[in-house]
Design a protein around this ligand. Sequence first.
Ligand code: NAD
Length: 300
Amino acid sequence: MTNIGFIGLGNMGFPMAQNLLKSEHNIIVYDIREENSKKLQNCGAKRGKNIVHIANNCDIIISMLPSTKDVKEIMLGKGKNGAIFANSKENSLIIDCSSIDVKASRELAAKAKQNNLSYIDAPVSGGVMGAKNACLTFMCGGEKNDFLRALPILKLMGKNIIHAGSAGSGQAAKICNNMLLAISMIGVSEAFNLADSLGLDRQKLFDIASNSSGQCWSLNTYCPVPGPVETAPSNNNYRPGFSAFMMLKDLLLSQNAADENNIITPLGRKAKNLYEDFVAGGNGETDFSAIIKYLRRLEN
Ligand code: NAD
C-alpha cells in the first residue's frame, strides 16, 4: 500500500481521485477550495492539511491544476501551500497531469532531479467523461523507469498510457494534438458553412466526406452541425464536451511553444486568434465545436 497525494480536485481531478480510491492505496487529497477536499473525504479519502503535509506524507504525488503558474507555485513556492520539491521524501514520484507549458515542465523535471525526486509530465485527453470512466489517455514525458513506476497508478485512471519520450514530451504531444484538433474543427466548420450556402444538404455532406478523404475526428465523431452524429455536443446545444476556453488555453500553449522555437504555424496561429475572439465574445463555456456559429457570423 502506497500513500498517494492528489492535489487539484476540480472537474478532472475529482473523478480521477475517486477512481484511485477504488484501489488498496491510501489517498490523501488537497485543494485550495476546502469544500472539494471535504467532498472527497466523504468518499473515503484522507484530507491533507496543506501542500507541505502532502509532500511530507506521500510517496507519490499527483497534481491536476489549471495552469503553469499554479503548478510552479505548488512545486517551488514558499509557505505551507508550496514547495513540494523542498519537502518531499527522497525518491518520491511526482506526476503532473495538468496541461502546462513544455519549457516550464522541462525545467520542473530538472529541478526535481536536483532534489532527488522523480518527475513525469502526464497530461491527459478524454475530458471529464474519460476521467469519470477511468478511460483517459495519458501522454507521459520523463525517464523510462519513472514512467514504469507511474504506470500501475495511471492505469487506475486511464486506458491508453503512452511514454512519449523525455521530460516535457507529454506536454508536447498534448499541444500538438490539440492544435491539430482546433485546425481540423475550423476546417470542418468551414466546409459545412460553404455547403449550406451552396444548397448542399448537411447530412449528404457528412455521408460523403466522412467516408472520403475529408474524414477526421472533428467530422466523424464530433460533427459541429446538429444531426449527423448523435453524441456530438452540437446535438446538445453545444454544451461541453471540451470548452472553447480550454481549447484556447491549449492553443496559447502551442503558439507560445512555436514562437519560442521559431516554428511557423500559420494555421495554428489563425486558430488561436479565432478562438481568442470567440472566447472574448462570451463563449468560453460553450463547446469548442460551436466555433462554427462564430465563423458563420463572420460571413455577414
Ligand atoms: P478545474 O479548474 O475544474 O480544477 C482545478 C482545481 O485545482 C480546482 O478545484 C482548484 O480549486 C484547484 N487549485 C487551483 N490552484 C490550486 C493550488 N495552488 N493548490 C491546490 N488546488 C488548487 O480544472 P480542470 O478542468 O479539472 O482541469 C485541470 C487540468 O486538466 C488543466 O490543466 C486542464 O487544461 C486539463 N484538462 C482539462 C480537461 C477538461 O475537459 N476539463 C481535459 C483535458 C485536460
